[in-house]
Design a protein. Structure first.
Length: 185
């Protein structure tokens, strides 16, 4: 029983640390100018070639879909910002599935199911929504929490299962960045 409680506390910390990193990096990246990086970035003595394949291009629209299991989320947004890709040229969807589904709860609903503790993700998610990040939670995960749609934060969209969201958004040109992409990083 003690082990289960310790594991649950660690999982809560990891989820909300990832969300806070996303918020901090996204907020920082809003201040980046679209013209900031017309020349190769300086990284010590090694510099990227300006004609290297795969370099982000200011003016191009980049579409990302993330799961909350990825640790690379904040770093990726920051990297794009360093190339001059502003928030207007990014479309970001975050899927709150599985153990992350309870992040989508309103504060009152979260308190009812977590011994009257406030939802630590609420403020960060609202700030990210103001920056254009869209959050979705699968209907099946909402049902598994034994709650109703009214228990979900107003800005969070209830949608299909996570794998369908990832596949559908990939067909629209979004790039999935989560466990799948971290295998090669």
């Amino acid at each position: 029983m003690f082990r289960e409680a310790a594991d649950e506390k660690l999982n809560h910390r990891r989820r909300y640390t990832a969300l806070r990193c996303l918020l901090a990096v996204t907020a920082t990246s809003l201040g980046a100018s679209t013209h900031a990086m017309a020349t190769p970035r300086q990284e010590g003595v090694i510099r990227e070639a300006s004609d290297a394949p795969g370099r982000p291009t200011p003016g191009h629209v980049y579409k990302f879909v993330f799961d909350m299991n990825t640790r690379a989320l904040g770093n990726l947004i920051s990297e794009y910002a360093s190339y001059g890709i502003d928030a207007g040229h990014r479309s970001i969807v975050v899927v709150l599935n599985g153990v992350h589904a309870d992040m989508a709860l309103t504060d009152a609903s979260y308190r009812r199911s977590h011994a009257n503790k406030e939802n630590p993700a609420l403020r960060d998610m609202q700030a990210l929504e103001r920056l254009g990040v869209v959050f979705t939670v699968p209907a099946r995960d909402v049902a598994s929490l034994s709650i109703s749609a009214a228990d979900i934060q107003p800005g969070v969209k209830i949608g299909p299962r996570a794998s369908i969201v990832y596949l559908d958004l990939e067909s629209e040109g979004y790039v999935f960045s989560g466990l799948k992409s971290l295998i090669t990083e």
